[in-house]
Design a protein around this ligand. Structure first.
Ligand code: SF4
Length: 461
């Protein structure tokens, strides 16, 4: 009998032993379980990474990382111990193959990117941009993106307990890096949140609020509870989704007594008012799902909220095979009761080409993961098309595979097209990474880049 392309196997979760790292050899279980200890011991720079990993870390790797931070990184480094511990889970840094394994590690590849990971030919696509989804253009009030008719995104703060190298909000989120100065909110936090609530009180067409950032785990709990409680007082709001990668990156926070008790209060109010509260998290690799993460997800479900769902990002070298996506989805579903929901194509931000997949690759992946998971838990692979919104990868209307340009249409007006009669007839473009195109397509992009250079020189004269 022939084998199936994917073979399902239930795998027990495993918390790697942090004491294999010289810098954490004496850390107790109690310290590890403390959110304060985790926050205070985040790895924020190369010096701290060296302190944790000890002499096992190769000098060439360190130089590679340093160069990336100087010349390419769009996000500063911030990795909680919980996440560092899921990198190269089976090896101690003293092992001869540690650095090689660290280079290949899926979590390292997006949390601690190095210069040699990136493309030298096209580090950025010519159409890449900061705020590539144009969220700030669609702010109804500062930080509140009104892109879809019935739902809004509330960016309640610009920080997270962890910074991901590929962050789509690299324009706003995190500390400045040598190559990216960050946009700053103009309003003070409480004024901004107040303005969001005021807007929603007079906009009854909105029923669904994604409370995001940043990561809501960085908003002091009483402030978050107050904001969500006030959202629930607005009759038209039926769905509230709290976005927190920290459910995986800092599960200790979501397991704390203060947060569990607060979430129970919110869930009780939500039930009384027939509002659904869900947590949306962001797990990209099966090895990130440890027993602590599963406990945090279950603790949140036990408070009575509607669901915990996962929105991962599809990235080359991280999770770009059907087996990786299915292993992750089964681990989420079976071991943590987290619903696999979306995998996004990595957005077109600067210096992200090495992570990005072509639309064709994403369509193939979607095809290959069908039929194994229950239908309700089969993640959809999504292209977030600038000025359009989320589209399943098979919804493309035309696709030029030579130049790597896909064309998309939409069926509603975003916040910037209220008076644009042609918005629904227009096609909007999305672009594959150029180095993946056939030679003819790559030549075409090179000639375009050449023309732009000539035009720029002409303009300068
Ligand atoms: S947790 Fe989310 S918002 Fe924060 S850096 Fe990562 S991707 Fe960006």
């Amino acid at each position: 009998m022939l084998e199936q392309p994917y073979s399902y196997q239930r795998r027990e979760l495993h918390e790697p032993d942090w004491r294999r790292f010289p810098g954490w050899a004496g850390v107790t279980g109690e310290e590890w379980a403390s959110p304060q200890w985790q926050r205070a011991h985040c790895v924020k720079n190369l010096r701290q990474l060296r302190q944790v990993l000890g002499d096992g870390l190769d000098e060439a790797f360190c130089a590679d990382l340093e160069r990336d931070q100087r010349e390419r990184a769009t996000m500063s480094m911030l990795v909680p111990p919980q996440m560092v511990n899921t990198m190269v889970p089976g090896l101690a840094p003293s092992s001869a193959s540690f650095t090689e394994a660290l280079y290949a590690d899926p979590v390292r590849r997006y949390m601690i990117p190095v210069f040699s990971d990136r493309r030298a030919d096209w580090p950025s696509h010519p159409e890449a941009s900061r705020d590539s989804l144009h969220e700030a253009e669609m702010w109804a009030v500062e930080g509140l993106t009104h892109r879809y008719p019935t739902k809004v995104l509330a960016e309640v703060l610009p920080t997270c307990p962890q910074y991901c190298g590929h962050c789509t909000r690299m324009d706003l989120v995190g500390n400045p890096t040598p190559v990216v100065a960050k946009h700053k909110f103009g309003l003070a936090r409480d004024d901004r949140l107040g303005a969001m609530l005021d807007y929603l009180r007079v906009t009854p067409g909105v029923r669904d609020v994604v409370v995001s950032g940043g990561d809501v785990a960085n908003l002091p709990w009483p402030r978050l509870e107050d904001f969500v409680s006030k959202l629930m007082e607005i009759d038209s709001i039926r769905d509230i989704r709290l976005a927190t990668k920290a459910l995986m990156g800092l599960p200790q926070y979501w397991l704390s007594d203060e947060v569990r008790a607060g979430m129970e209060r919110l869930a009780a109010t939500a039930r009384q008012r027939d509002v659904s509260i869900a947590i949306h998290t962001h797990v990209n690799a099966a090895q990130s799902l440890t027993p602590a993460v599963a406990r945090a997800a279950k603790a949140m479900l036990d408070t009575g909220i509607r669901d915990v769902r996962n929105q991962g990002v599809l990235m080359r070298g991280v999770n770009d095979s059907p087996a990786q996506l299915l292993d992750l989805s089964f681990a989420l579903l079976d071991e943590a009761r987290i619903m696999p929901y979306y995998f996004y194509l990595c957005d077109m931000i600067p210096n992200s080409e090495h992570w990005r997949l072509t639309l064709g690759e994403a369509q193939q992946l979607q095809h290959k993961i069908m039929g194994y998971l229950p239908g309700f838990a089969t993640p959809r692979i999504i292209c977030d098309v600038p000025y359009v919104g989320k589209r399943w990868v098979h919804q493309v209307s035309r696709y030029d595979t030579v130049r790597g340009i896909s064309y998309w249409t939409k069926n509603y007006r975003t916040g910037v097209e209220a008076d644009d009669e042609l918005a629904l007839d227009r096609e909007y473009s999305y672009y594959d990474p150029i180095y993946q195109l056939p030679a003819e397509g790559q030549d075409w992009w090179r000639s375009q880049a050449g023309q732009e250079t000539l035009a720029a020189v002409g303009a300068a004269h």
